[in-house]
Design a protein around this ligand. Structure first.
Ligand code: FAD
Ligand code: NAD
Length: 475
């Protein structure tokens, strides 16, 4: 007889492993099957996020930022460090150590919660059966009352610039460079392009980012994107927009990338290329005949707002379904599904999911951009405040950037908060909580913020919505 579970989760990334833990907390018998493979052939739970995404990238962003600050900023604090040196091997070892600690932590959490973690590949068959092929190639069929698909996503390859794992790499390859490339080409000026471009720029590479769209950071509020572009230009990280890559020539010396822009056909010589043009859902060879699960035109599993696929007992969460490809979105969907399976009331608030880009300065937002509010036809008011007038930011030598608060003209409800500046990824939490509680600009105005703190910039931007900012001229 087949092994049976209440819940089988396919995929052990932030969508899958979190769903498995919550389902087990709900008293259910759970297995989580995951086929991640590290470069040395070993397995670890955590998916893209822990092994090759959020965590290793943030480790390198932190290290490279410290290196950059030691070079560029310490002297203004009166600190001399002599000749600075870079030991990339140690930096990479630190990164791998953090990844190892966190992925090991999932194993411990599985054990504590009695989740059966299975290494190997899963395929969904008809009738809520799951074909499981273990690491040794042995195949068994498991059964479950509920199956949660959380197989995540993989980098999109460009036909004109195919990965070779050496000169032309994906984001994982770019996290593992053993030398700082002299000239780095980045195709795609999205989140990965900007974060990894920043890492290698700070460590000394000459970085050229080629972005196909005419607008820089098209998904962000225009005022924020404009400010970010200005600040990046000052740092020497120039993003060429409207640059459509047409091909590449790889030689012993490097790579010639050709692209078209408004001026015509152009080319740039680089030593390495990172292709970061988005990610595609992992649904290849996932669905057996009669599984009943539908895929959309982009190969993503089709789900409703509660992550139901439409086939009884089959759910899907995270990067493999519609919506933002973000770890916290994947995890929260996992929690919601695990609670719904247990008969609890649960739902996702898709309108209040924060986005953070971990460059320096950081960029973070929640809710609608001004352009989206305008398009919706809703009357609104805006307040902005610059970090240049924030004492803590000045003390941190990090006074570039601003906070922008958008509120409804009639009800004063917060519609969007956008930040570019120091610790924006931490600051946005306040706005997320306020919006989750359907708070207003006045709620932020009446809340006492510690002094001196970066969060005072949010307070002042909320006051500026009603032209009542204290430390700015209200216009
Ligand atoms: P994944 O994390 O991709 O996990 C899916 C797992 O399922 C993988 O282990 C995969 O091997 C496994 N799997 C696939 N098919 C099968 C199968 N048939 N059988 C068994 N197992 C299978 N997001 C953020 O929110 N913040 C960040 O700072 C951030 N930084 C990022 C940096 C980089 C460089 C990258 C690439 C991504 C980053 N992301 C970030 C995005 C984030 O990693 C993803 O949104 C998140 O990992 C999605 O979680 P998931 O569980 O849906 O999928
Ligand atoms: P993205 O969608 O953020 O950006 C891809 C960029 O590539 C876009 O700006 C697009 O216009 C551009 N592009 C597409 N085709 C191109 C071409 N042929 N030539 C030049 N430019 C081209 O995707 P990404 O940066 O690859 O990241 C993938 C996902 O991972 C994103 O959805 C992101 O949310 C997630 N991620 C999140 C974080 C974070 O939360 N901090 C960090 C990294 C990745």
């Amino acid at each position: 007889m087949a092994d049976t579970y209440d819940v089988i989760v396919i995929g052990g990334g932030p969508g899958g492993y979190v769903a498995a833990i919550r389902a087990a907390q709900n008293g259910l018998k759970v297995a989580c099957i995951d086929n991640w493979e590290n470069r040395d052939g070993s397995h670890s739970f955590g998916g893209t996020c822990l092994n090759a995404g959020c965590i290793p990238s943030k480790a390198l962003l932190e290290s490279s930022e410290l290196y950059h600050r030691a070079q560029e900023e310490f002297s203004s604090h009166g600190i001399g460090v002599g000749k600075l040196s870079l030991d990339l091997a140690t930096m990479q070892k630190r990164k791998s150590g953090i990844v190892g600690q966190l992925t090991g932590g999932i194993q411990a959490l599985f054990k504590a919660n009695k989740v059966t973690g299975l290494r190997g590949k899963a395929r969904l068959l008809a009738g809520r059966k799951v074909e499981y092929t273990d690491a040794a190639g042995k195949v068994v069929v498991l059964e479950a009352e509920n199956v949660i698909i959380a197989t995540g996503s993989s980098p999109i390859e460009l036909q004109q610039v195919p990965f070779d794992g050496e000169r032309i790499v994906d984001s994982w390859g770019a996290l593992d460079f053993t030398e700082v490339p002299k000239r780095l080409g980045v195709i795609g000026g999205g989140v990965i392009g900007l974060e990894l471009g920043s890492v290698w720029k700070r460590l000394g590479a000459e970085v050229t980012v080629l972005e196909a769209m005419d607008d820089f950071l098209f998904m962000a509020d225009r005022a924020v994107a404009k400010e970010v572009q200005r600040l990046f230009k000052r740092q020497g990280l120039e993003v060429l927009t409207g640059a459509k890559v047409t091909g590449c020539k790889v030689s012993k010396k490097g790579v010639t990338l050709s692209y078209d822009d408004t001026k015509g056909s152009q080319s740039v010589e680089v030593d390495k290329v990172v292709v970061a043009v988005g990610r595609k859902a992992n649904t290849q060879d996932l669905l057996g005949e009669g599984s009943g699960v539908q895929l959309d035109e982009r190969g993503r599993v089709v789900v409703d707002e509660h992550c139901r696929t439409g086939t009884q007992g089959i759910w899907a969460v995270g990067d493999v379904v519609r919506g933002a490809m973000l770890a916290h979105k994947a995890s929260e969907e996992g929690v919601v599904v695990a609670d719904l399976i247990a008969g609890k009331v649960a739902e996702m608030n898709y309108a209040v999911i924060p986005s953070v880009i971990y460059t320096a300065p950081e960029i973070a937002w929640v809710g609608q951009t001004e352009e989206e509010v305008k398009k919706s036809g809703r009357a609104y008011k805006v307040g902005s405040f610059s970090f240049a007038a924030n004492g803590r930011a000045k003390a941190m030598e990090a006074a570039a950037g601003m906070v922008k608060v958008i509120a409804a003209e009639d009800t004063d409800e917060l519609l969007g908060v956008h930040i570019v500046g120091p610790m924006a990824g931490e600051l946005i939490g306040e706005a997320v909580v306020a919006m989750e509680f359907q708070g207003s600009a006045e709620d932020l105005q009446l809340t006492i913020h510690a002094h001196p703190s970066l969060s005072e910039a949010i307070h002042e931007a909320a006051l500026a919505v009603d032209k009542r900012a204290i430390h700015a001229i209200n216009r």
